[in-house]
Design a protein around this ligand. Sequence first.
Ligand code: ZN
Length: 174
Amino acid sequence: MAGRIRDSDIAQVRERNRIDDVVGEYVALRRAGGGALKGLCPFHEEKTPSMNVRATHGTFHCFGCGEGGDVIKFIMQIEHLPFVEAVERLADRIGLQLTYEGGGRDVRRENRGTRLRLVEAHKAAQAFYAEQLATPEAEAARTFLKERGFDQPRRRSSAAGSRPAAGTSSPSTC
Ligand code: ZN
């Protein structure tokens, strides 16, 4: 069904989202010795902390309820997300653009990728456009856009071209 997220991207998501930071956004963590951190488990009711986070291993484990895994698993569990969405959430957190392999990407994910690409393209193009807008050609472009009816929203743009003229082919709509 959906395209697979590239393995190297998943590895990066795991690596760059420090589990102590991510868990720390949900749970107050304290040093527990041996480089581990400890906090109240968010997955079961408890009064004394039994969830350990080992940043060096990139893992968490609760000795109370047995919940455990890596940073992706933590987000899946705490946000009730499927694997792919947990990875996407963590990728956003570190500003990583995911690459999907294989066909059959679903529309929502496609849109998301497009949005991210647009954001990046926009950033990359900013300098270019700033430059372009200072040229006389930009003035012409602005006039052109105005003529396209941005100040006259009700007018049908003739540039739409392929659409039939209003009234000629839609007698029964409205
Ligand atoms: Zn627990």
